[in-house]
Design a protein around this ligand. Sequence first.
Ligand SMILES: [Zn+2]
Length: 458
Amino acid sequence: MFAVGAGIPIVGVVLLLVGETNEALVPADAASTDVALQAIQAPQLATMLPSFSGGAARSAPVPTVPPTAITADEPISASAIIEPESAPEPVDFDLLELVVNRGDSLDALFRRNGLRIADLASMLELEDAAEHLRKLMPGDQLQVTRRGDQVLSLQREIRDDAILAITRNDTGYEAREIEREIEIRIVGRHGVIKSSLFEAGMAAEIPDAVIMGMAGIFQWDIDFIQDVRVDDRFTLLYEERWREGEMLGTRSILAAEFVNRGTIHRVARYTDPNGGSDHYTPDGRSVRKAFVRAPVEFTRISGSFNPNRRHPILNTIRAHRGVDYAAPTGTPIIAAGAGKISHRGPNGGYGNAVIIQHGDNITTLYAHMSRFAKPKRGDRVKQGDVIGYVGQTGLATGPHLHYEYRVNGVHRNPRTVELPAAEPVPAQFRNEFDNTAAVLWRQLDAFQSAWVARVANN
Ligand SMILES: [Zn+2]
């Protein structure tokens, strides 16, 4: 561009004219370079300045000048020195793309690339940055600019909608999060079952995770292994997350309909002003029960509820007051329902156990855990929160979850006990739910008729 070409020699003049003063090192912001600007009566000046302020040199995150170059009596900030006209070119830093290998630490990455370890130490002192720097997974990428062994900037993606950017300034490093825009698209899909639910999902171009999500929503009313028939059909509205033209993944199912052997099941997702969120039927009931039958993904039931069972280790008649779900060590165990953790720790033959109090009269117990998850005694948990991991601590012959369900202190069979329904839409939000859901029903219906019409035309 002309402006840039014309600008560079003039900068030379500017520097020459005021070369002995510190102001020469001050940026080209008009106000701070009065002396220099007055010295040039060039009409090009007007065109020169904007081109610099938008020029490539400015975007280079370059901080310091060698200490010997600073002879000022008063301290000069490093950021003042880096501005374009004092260092127009060449760009004297490199951009490195660091890729994390298995077993890599940041320290190792820095050493391998000849970067200053002291710079890493300074960055790790940044509260906002440290946690994001420490969590490294194989395949993660970090973009580093450096001059010599000095790190000028470091960037990494910390979420799909945010980048952590650490830059060097005159006092050290500073960290900030740069947001990336995510677009949410609502997608409608319709599937008809010919052989299996997953085949139907694939034919309708629905990701497995969404099909699983739908099966999870309707699991309380439909047994997807036993009950599903050929020509059962479903319609889904769900959210996709997009960034810069790339689909990142799917999010909530907003509304769903499943027609199982002629019976229509419909739900809409609703989040009330208190933050409670669930899938509800058109009359405002939750589709869920307050408890899941099996709070772990199990391979088989290795021990049934049996008041007269011979104990496998003690070899005596001893009631088996729960259900044993065999699963590999480390399989997550979830809270069967919402409640408060009343016990978390070793408990005799139960080994590592968690007890959850649900309302006034129901407790659930989870035994033989290899380890606990985050929630502590006294914490509130929601249905589905992970509370621990399968193990075989205490009296156990192999890794499994021993699960008990007690009503008013009396053990009941978790496989057959009648489970209470989850809370409906809170009464005070019922109108708002009706209005919100009405929009979703309309969208669901419109999508369905459009799909039917398209099939009819083909
Ligand atoms: Zn057991």
